[in-house]
Write a protein that binds this ligand. Structure first.
Ligand code: ADP
Ligand code: MG
Length: 662
């Protein structure tokens, strides 16, 4: 069934819905509200709080009048509230049409603020509807919108779509639902879009989240059991010899992870593994060694990273090591000059290992025999992009690396159903990073601290959340301020809008120690690695999530120096969140605290999908819900998934083949 078949949806509205990522009838009823407005309690004007919108019922008792004034057209009429025996003046500014919907002598529902002006009750531009309309008198779901559609229309479309609910979307049979005391998905959706009572609404949200999570668990298990493609691969390598060429000794958990990866790669099934490790734990080198081993066996390997800056850096950092094995390393990014040359060498097999951005998945990039793909920090990629790279080889093994902190309790349980390696220690000799939260007013002190570190020969990152907005802490404004403040130092800026060549140059200079202070957007958030930099200053710190802040902080503390992180907050209040970082240095602990603060995440999806952020927000789960999800999953698995509608599970993930770990 097409969206056009729904009442009220024409071609134009269909296009509008597309902007909300709604393409099908199912997308419509699976479009979750982000908040709710309780319009369910009727009150009267004597009891109502003048500062809050409330629900009233009034009779229209006059015709309407219009005045043309300097500020525009004012229309008004009078209504009467029986309960209190009071008259209310209803006023519209610059709205000549709404009043036409109100008939003298009829009763209507209103949702508005009412205040008393010189003894007359007044309301301005109220929301109103007929008595039998559900828009007022209920809890109302509020949806994210786009221009061309309003709440009422969207809600109406969703109501229509629910009449065409696809029963296949019930992934559990009624017998199972009864057993776990859950309602059907249809009932839950109805409750979410058209809530009747708060408790029911909460229960429905919770059940939808849990079942969605269970669906993912089932799917992971399903892939692992059924869909893995066979390969025959027999990698030959002398690990001691290879590790002997490194400048350092791998940590114990790096070594275990590496062996798990290599073990996968010599099984008869394709590798599909997730490597989780905190910022700075040394994931990259593990992947690089695995890539080297593939290459030494005559297969090509590719690493896809989220930013150009990072690609360049990884390339430069690993060039020497890879060359030591007589292998050719290539770099491929969107704005590179010798792209054609690189492409040719990928096609004829001259390049053994390539590091690049999404430029790697362009159609005209052809590999000779790609066999291993590493996605670094893949939560920045969409599912489709990741798949595209995998399609460039016949039998591609996948390794996904992420610092997305997954609370330990969850990852331990997850590891029973998916291939997961964890690096849970930092390389030896790392110094703790002293973190402080300061307010903008303390910038002078900050400058003093920065100067001290610069005097000792260290380098400094300064990060802001925006480039050039109307904010005194934008990259541009900070740049101006810092140049003035640090006249004798080399201050440079870096942001995503710069030309690749300039970014490249700036980054290189910073890595070589020729720039003292680098003022940047979060392009440096992922992966950048300069051991001499020991100071990280983050402006507008409150605008970042805890995990992002932790990632950013992880850019320092990579060498033998004491390191510092300053979180600059606009105001002295709301610092509680930032203090979590002061008191915790471990990403998992921070995730755990974040978890307690916000409720957990939709674990798998947050690793896998780079989309539907608001929906994921909606799907945030509390730890009891996650427990419940695992319980249901365990029960289903123990019963051979009897009562599970696999056809839908399969259909749902059809477009997302291999999203699980690639
Ligand atoms: P992340 O896990 O955040 O991607 P990286 O792979 O960037 O971390 O590693 C951080 C830094 O630690 C890099 O400079 C890397 O060379 C270094 N490193 C990795 N493993 C070790 C180790 N076992 N001993 C010392 N330094 C290491
Ligand atoms: Mg990294």
């Amino acid at each position: 069934m097409d969206l056009l078949d729904l009442k009220g949806i024409g071609k134009k509205k269909k296009d509008t819905l597309r902007k909300l990522n709604i393409y099908t009838v199912s997308d419509l009823y699976n479009y979750y509200p982000t908040s709710f407005e309780d319009r369910s309690h009727k009150t009267n004007i004597l009891k109502a709080n003048p500062d809050k919108k409330s629900y009233f019922e009034w009779k229209i008792v006059s015709r309407s009048y219009q005045n043309r004034t300097r500020v525009g057209i004012i229309t008004y009429l009078f209504a009467f509230e029986e309960e209190t025996n009071q008259k209310i003046k209803i006023i519209w500014f610059n709205d000549r049409f709404s009043h036409q919907k109100l008939k003298v002598g009829d009763n209507y529902k209103f949702y508005c603020k009412v205040k008393s002006e010189n003894g007359i009750y007044e309301t301005v531009n109220p929301i109103f509807c007929e008595l039998d309309d559900e828009q007022i008198g209920n809890i109302i779901a509020i949806y994210p919108l786009t221009s061309g559609i309003n709440q009422k229309q969207l809600s109406g479309f969703i109501k229509e779509s629910l009449k065409n609910f696809d029963k296949d979307e019930e992934i559990l049979d009624t017998s199972i639902l009864n057993k776990i005391s859950f309602n059907t998905k249809l009932d839950n959706l109805n409750q979410i879009h058209f809530p009747t009572e708060k408790e029911n609404l909460m229960a429905a949200k919770s059940q939808i989240k849990i079942i969605d999570f269970v669906k993912e668990l089932i799917y992971i298990d399903y892939i692992n059991q059924n869909l893995q493609r066979k390969q025959s691969l027999d990698l030959k390598y002398d690990l001691d010899n290879i590790l002997g060429k490194l400048e350092f000794k791998l940590t114990r958990s790096q070594l275990i992870s590496l062996k798990e990866i290599l073990n996968d790669a010599s099984k008869d099934q394709l590798m599909n593994r997730l490597l989780i490790g905190d910022v700075g734990s040394g994931k990259t080198i593990v992947a690089i060694i695995a890539m080297i081993i593939f290459a030494l066996n005559g297969y090509q390997a590719a690493m896809m990273v989220p930013t150009e800056v990072l690609a360049i850096q990884q390339y430069e950092k690993n060039l020497d090591l890879i060359s030591k094995f007589g292998l050719n390393l290539g770099l491929l990014t969107g704005s590179q000059k010798n792209k054609d040359e690189i492409k040719e060498k990928l096609a004829n097999g001259e390049i053994d290992i390539v590091i690049g951005t999404h430029a790697l998945i362009q159609e005209d990039v052809i590999f000779k025999n790609l066999r291993f793909v590493v996605n670094d920090e893949q939560h920045r990629f969409g599912v489709g992009q990741r798949q595209a790279l995998g399609k460039k080889g016949e039998k591609v093994n996948y390794l996904t690396m992420t610092a997305t902190p997954i609370p330990r309790t969850i990852s331990l349980r997850l590891s029973k159903i998916l291939d997961l390696s964890m690096i849970n220690e930092l390389p030896k000799g790392r110094k703790p990073i002293t973190t402080s939260v300061i307010t903008e007013a303390m910038e002078e002190t900050l400058f003093y601290e920065i100067n001290k570190n610069l005097d000792e020969g260290r380098q400094v990152y300064v990060v802001s959340n925006n480039i050039d907005a109307d904010d005194k802490n934008s990259v541009e404004k900070l740049y101006k301020r810092y140049i003035k403040q640090f006249k004798t130092r080399n201050v440079k800026k870096l942001h995503g809008d710069m030309k690749a060549a300039d970014k490249d140059k700036t980054l290189k200079e910073f890595a070589e120690g020729r720039i003292d202070i680098l003022i940047s957007t979060t392009v440096i958030e992922v992966g950048i690695d300069v051991a001499n930099a020991n100071t990280m200053v983050i402006y507008n710190a409150n605008h970042f999530g805890l995990s992002s802040l932790h990632q950013l902080r992880g850019r320092v503390g990579r060498g033998q120096y004491d390191s510092y992180c300053y979180l600059v907050s606009k105001h002295a209040d709301n610092m509680a969140k930032l203090n979590i970082l002061v008191n915790n240095e471990n990403g998992f602990d921070i995730a755990k605290k974040d978890f307690d603060l916000r409720g957990g995440g939709k674990i798998l999806s947050s690793i896998q999908h780079g989309r539907n952020i608001s929906q994921i927000e909606f799907l945030n789960m509390a730890s009891e819900e996650i427990d419940k999800g695992f319980k249901i999953f365990d029960y289903l698995k123990a019963n051979n998934f009897r009562g599970v509608n696999f056809s839908y599970v399969e259909k749902f993930f059809e477009m997302d083949k291999r999203i699980i770990l690639n």
